[in-house]
Ligand binder design. Structure first.
Ligand SMILES: C[S@@+](CC[C@H](N)C(=O)[O-])C[C@H]1O[C@@H](n2cnc3c(N)ncnc32)[C@H](O)[C@@H]1O
Length: 219
């Protein structure tokens, strides 16, 4: 599968410019206002080895990441200095340690039973990692598996797609609203131009690079 090969190669070759060496600023800033009780389960689709998983666990949440690259999953636990318990569950392999579970495998293999207790959702650079036809599947899949009382944050990017290919793909606010607006109420929390902090994008001729942050609440 071309998509999977692409991401496996990115990880194999350490082309992981999306990975941050610190916890996401928007997560720290906006998550507490969601009012999700500690102990709630939080789904983090396409999680990579983000430190955000560890931050959420440190706030008392039960974190469920999904990621298809084994190197990302083993890398996360190694960097946390923890030894995960590993359980092969068929389509997905469960790694767990210290309040974080990561399911190794395809996000689209995740079923409603697995996320029945997830009342939190955190998507940073997951939707924008996918080409348009997969974004449609992604939104539909989230809508079909997550329970009614779920809410969370989504961090995307918006730039002139004519001047640069993805991933990360540009996903305009209108597309977020169109794809998620039926199942979720969508509130734009902020939309900063972050071009100056992203020299890779600046060096490719973009004039602006917006990073919108949305609050999503299941209807
Ligand atoms: C742009 S990265 C973002 C990672 C993470 N959210 C972060 O903020 O660092 C996208 C990640 O999604 C993973 N991925 C792509 N397609 C996937 C799929 N269908 N199922 C699970 N993981 C996937 C890739 O391997 C990659 O680690």
């Amino acid at each position: 599968m071309v998509h999977e090969r692409f991401w496996q190669d990115r990880w194999a070759n350490d082309q992981i410019g999306f990975h941050l060496d610190e916890v996401n600023t928007y997560l720290r800033h906006y998550w507490p206002a969601l009012g999700l009780a500690p102990g709630s389960r939080v789904l983090v689709p396409l999680c990579g080895k983000t430190l955000d998983l560890a931050w959420l666990a440190a706030q008392g949440y039960r974190v469920l990441g999904v990621e298809l690259a084994e190197k990302a999953v083993t890398g996360f636990f190694a960097e946390q200095g923890s030894q995960p318990e590993i359980r092969d569950e068929g389509a997905l392999v469960r790694y767990s340690a210290g309040g974080v579970e990561i399911l190794l495998g395809d996000f689209f293999a995740l079923d409603a039973r697995e996320v029945a207790e997830c009342t939190g959702l955190y998507d940073r650079a997951a939707l924008i990692a996918l080409p348009p036809e997969m974004r449609e599947r992604y939104a539909a899949h989230l809508g079909s598996i997550l329970p009614a009382r779920c809410e969370g944050l989504m961090v995307t990017l918006e730039y002139d797609q004519e001047r640069l290919d993805g991933p990360p793909f540009s996903v305009p606010e209108a597309e977020v609203r169109q794809r998620f607006g039926t199942d979720w109420s969508v509130e734009l929390l902020e939309r900063q131009d972050v071009l100056e902090k992203n020299w890779k994008f600046a060096s490719r001729g973009l004039d602006e690079l917006f990073e919108p942050v949305f609050r999503l609440q299941r209807r």
